[in-house]
Design a protein around this ligand. Sequence first.
Ligand SMILES: Nc1ncnc2c1ncn2[C@@H]1O[C@H](COP(=O)(O)OP(=O)(O)OP(=O)(O)O)[C@@H](O)[C@H]1O
Ligand SMILES: Nc1nc2c(c(=O)[nH]1)N=C(CO)CN2
Length: 164
Amino acid sequence: MGEVDVYLSMGSNLGNREENLEWAVQLLRENSNIKDIKMSNFYETEPVGGVKQDDFLNIAVYFRTTLSAEDLLDYLHKIEAKLHRVRKIHWGPRTIDLDILYYGGKTINNTVLQVPHPEMKNRKFVLIPLYEIAKGDFKYEVGDLLKATMDQNNVQIYGGKTDE
Ligand SMILES: Nc1ncnc2c1ncn2[C@@H]1O[C@H](COP(=O)(O)OP(=O)(O)OP(=O)(O)O)[C@@H](O)[C@H]1O
Ligand SMILES: Nc1nc2c(c(=O)[nH]1)N=C(CO)CN2
C-alpha cells in the first residue's frame, strides 16, 4: 500500500503530561515509516466519562505513513507499553492514551480496530485539537462538525480548558 494520511488523538493525565505526550511523538519520529509529523498545541481538559481523576492534556497529531492500519496499531501499543512500564501506574489515569482517528479515508470495523474512531464526535478533547491541525485541508465528513464545535467554544491553548 502507498502512503496514507493519519490523524491520532493523544491524552495524558498522569506524571509529567507534556513530557509524556512529547515522548510519544518522539517515538513516532523514530519510526522510519512515519513522516511529515504535525502536532497540535496542548489542551488542558477536564476528564470525561465519570471517573474522578486529574485533568488531561490532549493533543492531535498528523502524519503520513506506509504502515498498514494493523501495523500502526501495533506500534502505538508499543509506545503505550513503553510509557506505562516506566511510570508503573495503577489502573485508571493514563500516562498516555493513543487513538487512531483517521487512517486515510478508510472505514475499518474489525475486532481490534474501529476507524474513524466511533467516539470522537462526542469528545471535544478530540475535536478541538484535531480541528487546529486539520483546518484548511480537512477532507473528512466530520469537518462541519468540527467547525461548529470551534464556533461554539472560546477555546484556549496552553492551560486553557475546553468546557467539557
Ligand atoms: N481507532 C482506534 N484507535 C486505537 N485503538 C483502537 C481503535 N479502535 C479500536 N481500538 C482498540 O481499543 C483498544 C484500546 O483500548 P483502551 O483500553 O485504550 O480504550 P480506552 O482508551 O479506554 O477507550 P477509547 O478507545 O474509547 O478511548 C486497543 O487495544 C485497540 O485494539
Ligand atoms: N478530557 C479527557 N477525558 C478523557 C480522556 C482524555 O483523553 N481526555 N480519555 C479517557 C480514556 O480514554 C477518558 N476521559
